[in-house]
Design a protein around this ligand. Structure first.
Ligand code: MD3
Ligand code: FE
Length: 199
């Protein structure tokens, strides 16, 4: 049933339009409690993607480095992970553990994310589950080391991607957003949720 992309499992349109709407509404509440911010990399550059998190831990980046934190940069605890996202995790993750972080990335029409690995988690045996909402994004997946041949796929609203086992440490990034390709978000843009076991 899922498509295989270098060991990642892609479930196109797994989340239907009605559940997408409910998830977006829940995320409005999350962002009201824990506002989006532009992370600053340890080298001092501002990322084009805005981020916040839900769950016990959130991902933060500043001059001290990348890490998971129990508090938002403004000092508050992170809101709870929306129920619909937890249901998606239970359906596709294949693990008994529950996600401890739901990282929320917001892309405007110009935002992108350079090729990177996700290595800030304690156990790479645990998968990462990605949920795409809003405008389509050109996702690129590479290899276990930087460089080499890559493959690209457009991620659409409602698509779910599962990265486990050999795919967990692949380099990946977002090259560009197709502005105006979805009507789910009234002001446009794209939201990506990544559910993660952190500890
Ligand atoms: C492959 N996010 O938050 S989701 C990230 O669309 C991130 O916002 C992108 O890369 C986005 O770290 C891509 C797909 C994804 C997420 C996590 C992965 C692919 C992954 C972790 C390991 C391998
Ligand atoms: Fe990533």
């Amino acid at each position: 049933e899922p498509l295989n992309l270098r060991g990642m499992k892609l479930f196109p349109g797994l989340i239907g339009p009605e559940a997408q709407e409910r998830l977006v509404e829940a995320l409005r509440g999350v962002v009201r409690e824990a506002p989006l911010f532009h992370p600053v990399t340890p080298s001092g550059k501002q990322m084009s993607v805005r981020m916040t998190s839900a769950g016990r831990f959130g991902w933060v980046s500043d001059r001290h480095g990348y890490r998971y934190s129990e508090t938002h940069p403004m000092g508050m605890r992170w809101p709870a992970i929306p129920q619909i996202a937890l249901e998606v995790w239970d359906e596709v993750s294949g693990t008994e553990r529950e996600p401890e972080c739901c990282l929320i990335n917001f892309y405007d029409a110009e935002a992108k994310m350079g090729m990177h690995q996700d290595r800030d988690e304690a156990d790479f045996g645990q998968p990462v589950v990605s949920i795409s909402l809003g405008d389509e994004a050109l996702f690129r997946v590479g290899n276990l080391t930087r460089g080499g041949k890559t493959e690209s796929v457009w991620l659409k609203s409602g698509d779910v991607l599962v990265m486990g086992q050999q795919a967990r440490l692949l380099y990946h990034g977002i090259d560009r957003i197709k502005a105006g390709s979805s009507r789910i978000l009234p002001r446009g843009g794209r939201i990506n949720l990544t559910l993660r076991v952190v500890s």
